[in-house]
Write a protein that binds this ligand. Structure first.
Ligand SMILES: [Zn+2]
Length: 207
């Protein structure tokens, strides 16, 4: 969560106001603090209005994250929009049993930006029946969610049922796990991990 919060802080510091924009003026209250986050103004539903942060661009390239620009566009156009106190505005859309979540920064930057994005298994049975996802894809998505959700805890019990033969990137490593193993193993440095915290704290020797 620290990295997401960091991204939000970075966009906040880039505040330059959007006085010329017609989209933001209607709900701006004169009582609101000048530099405060104006949560009353929902972000735009036009995907072409958004620039990409470097963080978002890196995520598009990461194996096992399943975030793409067309899906981000789909989420922005058609997804549920929610305010979240740690991230800000989130769009979320479920396709073939998997939820695509996109966090946007809209009110503190000169132009709105795609801050970050990720996937979650919303409905395991629906996702398994869909041609779009292999078992390896779904195990990858579920494992990444579990590691991120319980960042500081060792979770061998949640890792053990997962089978991920194609390494995915997390915490600077490329990890996989076999059936019955209570850890993930980096394909590059060979280290074993049971929590996201360990993944993030130990550098990958192979680099
Ligand atoms: Zn490694």
């Amino acid at each position: 969560m620290a990295s997401r919060q960091g991204a939000a802080d970075a966009t906040a510091s880039a505040h330059t106001g959007r006085g010329g924009s017609h989209t933001n003026t209607r709900a701006r209250s004169p009582a609101a603090p000048e530099r405060g986050r104006d949560v009353s103004v929902p972000p735009e539903r036009d995907p072409t209005a958004y620039a990409q942060t470097d963080h978002f661009r890196r995520r598009l390239r990461q194996q096992g994250r399943y975030v793409t620009l067309p899906l981000a566009g789909d989420a922005i156009r058609n997804g549920q929009l929610r305010w979240n106190t740690s991230d800000g505005w989130r769009f979320a859309v479920v396709r073939d049993g998997v939820r695509f979540v996109v966090v946007v920064g809209d009110t503190e930057t000169p132009s709105p930006v795609l801050v970050t994005g990720w996937t979650e298994v919303a409905d395991w049975d629906t996702a398994r029946e869909a041609d779009r996802w292999s078992d390896c894809d779904l195990h990858t998505i579920r494992l990444r969610s579990d590691l991120s959700e319980h960042r500081d805890r060792q979770i061998p019990g949640r890792i053990r049922p997962r089978v991920v033969t194609r390494p995915f990137e997390i915490g600077g490593h490329r990890v996989r796990t076999a059936a019955g193993e209570g850890h993930v193993e980096c394909a590059d440095c060979g280290a074993r991990f049971r929590s996201k915290r360990e993944l993030c704290e130990l550098g990958c020797d192979s680099r």
